[in-house]
Ligand binder design. Structure first.
Ligand code: G3H
Length: 346
């Protein structure tokens, strides 16, 4: 059994010292070994300990520590843009709206702004487009030839209150329609009741049903009551083979926060140290400003290192973040802010 000092401050943390550009990291060519499910390990899970006040202190100093210089900010924001899962998950979504979203994913920033930033010859796109199952085929069609993956929310998103067998069928149907990423919601009751073996079995089934498609396990952290539950659920999902762990559906009362992020990132770090597998992280829900995106990037870099700033290990689930990033990039180039209504998509 491992007793884990999970969220303990470790002294001064180096602020980001290098400019982050939208170019791939040299040590991260894009391909990483996919996580492989580990045997269920009750001792490892039982040994997890959290120090909430230390974690709170750590995130409280985040903005004070961050030192992304003004001219480096554009590079960080372009990088953030390539990590966005550009999302629409509304009851009034239509195929037409999804097609417009896909067009935005292909060209997220005006060419003249990109050119002014020195990216004229390096077109950028978002990390993925994320939709309900109903629109997977539409998005796959709209994104054909672009290399942009389609992510489908699944398993009775957002509450997950449908029978297990139906959840597996929903995953399989989205994969058949061309989704290469599946965002699955966990059964919160398993975590709230400490039924970790049940959560493990559930996630193992989700991962099997997804086949080659990558699985992002949505913990719905705002509903898990304690940071300890968040840490344990993170570990169990990784142990069962999840490729990413994701905070929220965007529909809970509390969605992504720096505090749950810190806890989840420490678990990713611990999981890599124990198994050698790198698992990705996706904050989602309420991440709507460039400033928040920079906060999450800073946490990723400080806690996990440069490799975790790339879209194969970092995504931001967001329906409106892109609009603010565009505004900040335009401001960087022109010195003026445009109105939000000039950015109706993203
Ligand atoms: O997974 C993505 C979230 O549903 C998006 O949440 P948001 O609309 O608050 O950006």
């Amino acid at each position: 059994m491992t007793s884990t000092a999970l969220v303990r401050t470790r002294g001064a943390v180096r602020p980001p010292s290098e400019s982050v550009t939208a170019a791939p990291a040299a040590d991260n060519p894009g391909a990483i070994a996919r996580n492989v499910a580990q045997p269920f390990d009750a001792g490892w899970i039982d040994g997890i300990r959290i120090n909430p006040s230390a974690a709170e202190r750590r995130v409280a100093t985040l903005r004070g520590r961050r030192s992304v210089k003004q001219d480096a900010q554009a590079g960080w924001l372009l990088k953030a843009l390539t990590c966005i899962d550009l999302t629409t998950l509304n009851g009034d979504d239509t195929a037409e709206r999804v097609r417009r979203l896909c067009a935005k994913a292909v060209m997220p920033v005006r060419p003249d702004v990109l050119a002014a930033l020195g990216f004229a010859d390096r077109p950028l796109h978002t990390g993925a487009v994320c939709v309900y199952h109903r629109f997977v085929a539409t998005a796959v069609d709209a994104l054909a030839g672009t290399g942009i993956p389609v992510a489908a929310v699944s398993t009775g998103f957002p509450a997950g209150m449908v029978p297990h067998g139906l959840k597996l069928k929903e995953i399989e149907a989205s994969v058949r329609n061309g989704a290469s990423e599946i965002d699955v919601v966990i059964t919160r009751e398993h975590a709230l009741g400490g039924h970790w073996q049940r959560l493990y079995d559930e996630m193992l089934d989700f991962r099997r049903a997804a086949g080659a498609a990558h699985v992002k396990a949505i913990l719905a952290t705002g509903e898990l009551k304690t940071l300890r539950n968040v840490a344990k659920a993170s570990l169990v999902c990784m142990m069962a083979g999840a490729d990413f762990i994701k905070t929220s559906t965007g529909k809970e009362g509390v969605n992504a926060t720096p505090l749950v992020t810190l806890v989840m990132l420490r678990m990713i770090r611990q999981y890599e140290a124990r198994t050698g597998f790198r698992v990705g992280y996706k904050p989602a829900g309420g991440v709507s400003t460039a400033r928040l995106a920079l906060d999450y990037q800073t946490l990723m870099k400080e806690e996990l290192g440069r490799a975790w700033l790339e879209p194969n290990l970092f995504r931001i689930g967001a329906s409106s973040l892109l609009a603010d990033i565009e505004r900040q990039l335009e401001h960087h180039v022109t010195g003026r802010y445009s109105a939000f209504n000039r950015h109706p998509i993203g």
